[in-house]
Ligand binder design. Structure first.
Ligand code: PRP
Length: 179
């Protein structure tokens, strides 16, 4: 029998505590302001749900869904919009929430696109950052954890759409043969 194995990289408790810290920083930085929190589907949905529940400033939420044209063209930075925002962003404080920054191509495309819509401010909040994989120069303003180049699942992140519901963030290890 072939079975993938999972090793916990970040536990539910570690994630919760870090999400609370990130929210505290955002609450302080945007004190007296309003905020539009933009989640990038699908991976960010759990992080975003936990993050916004720790925010005490007035917020609205919206979502975007992006897709690369395919693995072969991903390095060219071609990204297309599957779902755009429903909310106008002009004059608003925006935080884009991502589960992970890998090459940075998705976020750099989104940031460039949203800047053309003249927000008051635009920042990025990413739970995980894999700087070793970066192809474009982009740094999250709020970052949960910097991680090595592991394939991770859980807390919104998937492998072939599976495991998004894991409470911990786990390293996916290759399938092993078992009798
Ligand atoms: C993942 C992740 C980011 C992007 C990061 O999304 O959620 O959006 O990849 O990679 P990059 O920095 O190399 O652009 P994915 O395309 O796996 O879709 P999903 O969020 O629906 O799982």
């Amino acid at each position: 029998m072939h079975r993938n194995r999972y090793k916990i990289l970040l536990s539910e408790a570690e994630i919760r505590s870090r999400v609370e810290e990130l929210a505290r920083a955002i609450n302080t930085d945007y004190s007296g302001e309003e905020l539009l929190v933009v989640g990038i589907l699908k991976g960010a949905f759990i992080f975003m749900a936990d993050l916004v529940r720790e925010l005490t400033i007035p917020i609205a939420v919206d979502f975007m869904d992006m897709s690369s044209y395919g693995a072969s063209t991903r390095s060219s930075g071609e990204v297309r919009i599957l779902k755009d925002l429903e909310t106008p962003v002009e004059g608003k404080n925006i935080i884009v929430v991502e589960d992970i920054v890998d090459t940075g191509l998705t976020l750099s495309y989104i940031a460039e696109l949203l800047r053309t819509r003249n927000p008051k401010s635009l920042r990025i909040c990413a739970l995980l950052d894999k700087p070793s994989r970066r192809k474009v120069d982009i740094t999250p303003d709020y970052r949960g954890f910097t991680i090595p180049d592991y394939f991770v699942v859980g807390y919104g992140l998937d492998y072939n759409e599976e495991h998004r519901n894991y409470r911990d963030i786990c390293i996916l290890q290759p399938a092993q043969h078992e009798d």
